[in-house]
Design a protein around this ligand. Sequence first.
Ligand SMILES: Cc1ncc(COP(=O)(O)O)c(C=O)c1O
Length: 476
Amino acid sequence: VDVHVSLSRVGQLAADVYQQLKEAILDGRLAAGERVPASRELARRLAVSRNTVLDAYQRLTAEGFLVGRVGSGTIVAAPLELRPRRALDRSALAPRPLWRALARAVDVGSAPRATVAYDFQIGAPDPALFPWDEWRRRVARELHGRRRVGGYPDAAGDPRLRAAIARHIGLSRSVRAGADDVLVTSGAQQAFDLVGRVLLAPGQVVAVENPGYPPARQAFLALGAEVAGVRVDAQGIEVDALPERARLVYTTPSHQFPLGTAMSLARRLALLDWADRHGAAILEDDYDSEFRFDGRPLEPLQSLDRHGRVLYVGTFSKVLLPTLRLGFVVAPPSLMPSLLAARRLADSHGPLELARALAAFIDDGLFARHVRRLLRVYRERRQRLLAAVERELGAAVVALPSSAGLHTSVWFRDRALDVAQVAARALAVGVRVEPLRPYFCDGARPRPRAGLALGYGLIAADRIDEGIRRLARCLP
Ligand SMILES: Cc1ncc(COP(=O)(O)O)c(C=O)c1O
């Protein structure tokens, strides 16, 4: 390894080398068993005499930090006690107050969640269902790179993928778009951010569903926008409750997040009409509507829109994997140049090899086949879940109607129920469920109500009955 050694004190060169290597060993940057540079090599790099380095190595060896091995050079001995290295704790730098608040509020997802026997976590598809072999083959083909030209590709994403997405959503969702209307993004999340950047000046109002998807509203808060939570009823976001000043309305019409209901056609038309009258834009987040289990799919807002007010966002996080970070936004031509500029300035573009692999995956018909397979698996899980909820929890909850997606939600009849406590008791018996409370906006109407979201992305069908039985036993 190339260890960084800085020599500062003339006349103490060996002491410098000794001290800095010792620090590196003690704080774990140089691990036990790692080979340190040959003395001749390090001396050459530092422009010191070989004896200087040998002096330092001898001292470190005598103190037990290094061992000389015949034939394999000098290696780091097992350290006595590691002192983890940290960035300076007392830095003069502080984030802006807004970002200090966001650092407390945003779930940065660093700790992997412990596995539980009965996992009703929402928002997560089953990685065991991912077509690993077919995906690997397509990625491998892209990594040959024989025909690759150099330079930075288009910020809008790979042209073949843009065309494949336009075709796919044109057929499956009747979204009206050509390849040029599609901007490939790093997940739906980046689309929220880019759209917010291009449309919202600091202080302008964005309306979001309450309850709703926290990472979307937090992305708008991060841009200095004022976020207004708006109630949702059985038909979707309440258009009459939208703030007059809203410049953007963020909504999940196919499968309201987290309640699971679908926005009625009447409400869709009313929302479009409202946006038109108020000069506002609509951000339609269609995050999991590939999974539709019954009923006729309703037209997306994008295809009902006659005035170019809708930005339609989709993601591959649910059908494929959230870790691929592949999503897209379909935007009216008036916004596309600015969105492209925003993407270029944010991170230039996404990983091209993955984009091309996905384009091939869609074009070869594998994506559609994969969705059909997932539908069969998730349909069974969903039916089991709905039946188990009815049987085991029917007296305590009201199930919300939902016909799409990877989760369903319930309200508790007892509005004062401490749902966090129920969830904690459930976790203690191996069942993970999500209270709806964290999805409500702070301080907005309606006040949080006792409810649970139940996901079937991760749990196998034959574990659902027992999981819900255990959950039922956790109710007071
Ligand atoms: C409402 C909603 N929108 C979008 C997403 C997908 O986000 P991304 O594409 O950034 O993974 C999720 C994922 O949980 C979601 O629940």
